[in-house]
Ligand binder design. Structure first.
Ligand code: ZN
Length: 231
């Protein structure tokens, strides 16, 4: 599926939106997957929420352990569950932009990608007062159009370096936890999902992981804090 059909108000908004200026390619513009650092820091990130059932449970586990994280939210989910979005903000976590509908970006034009980002930005701002700074494209898709749209929207592009594939229904909590434990090192960005299909296993893996990584001397940081650690 390309992405969900456009609503009538959005079509009207797009008709009256200001066209993008002519853009040039920026070959040096690369997504951030991780940082090089000697400091034992790791960033936990959660995509595709907020989810009515699992995001609050994940927030509770993070709170009990005093762990900050970064949530790359979908605009459509923010509009559906504004209270949960506000809980994420209230708990002090960082908020990133993951687009509005989780579209296949290969099938969108640069303008459509830009509009996905900006529509989500408006939802996040309206709900929390936060203007996000980081964008993560659904599926980590990188095309010229994605680069240009992200750059003209003013975001930093954040990918990940450790992917336990927690969205897969075949992955149990211990498989997810072991995958992270085995692959993580200083400066990594770990990809989880608080929305999607398999969050129960993600939730179950989370406590085990936090305990294990803490025992190995890791400190948990947001994406902003991680980037600061690289300076
Ligand atoms: Zn996603």
């Amino acid at each position: 599926m390309r992405c969900r059909a456009l609503s009538l108000p959005l079509v009207i908004a797009l008709l009256f939106s200001v066209p993008l200026p002519a853009l040039h390619s920026h070959p040096a513009y690369q997504p951030i997957h991780r940082i090089d650092t000697q400091k034992k820091v790791v960033a936990l990130t959660f995509d595709d929420g907020p989810d009515a059932r699992y995001t609050p449970l994940i927030l509770e586990t993070l709170h009990q352990n005093g762990v900050p994280a970064t949530f790359f939210v979908l605009g459509a989910q923010v509009d559906k569950y504004p209270k949960v979005m506000q809980w994420i903000k209230k708990a002090g976590h960082e908020i990133g932009n993951h687009g509005y509908h989780h579209c296949d970006l290969h099938k969108l034009t640069e303008q459509e990608i830009y509009d996905e980002i900006k529509r989500t930005e408006r939802s996040i701002y309206r709900t929390t007062g936060v203007l996000p700074q980081y964008y993560r494209p659904p599926g980590g898709v990188m095309t010229h159009d994605v680069w240009n749209a992200v750059q003209s929207s003013g975001y930093d592009l954040i990918h990940w370096s450790v992917d336990p594939r927690d969205w897969s229904l075949e992955r149990t909590a211990s498989v997810i936890a072991n995958s992270v434990k085995k692959n993580v090192s200083s400066g990594d960005i770990v990809l989880f999902h608080d929305g999607g299909l398999n969050q129960r296993q993600t939730l179950a893996a989370l406590q085990e992981l936090i305990t294990d990584l803490r025992a190995r001397g890791y400190k948990f940081v947001t994406i902003s804090q991680l980037l600061e650690a690289s300076r």
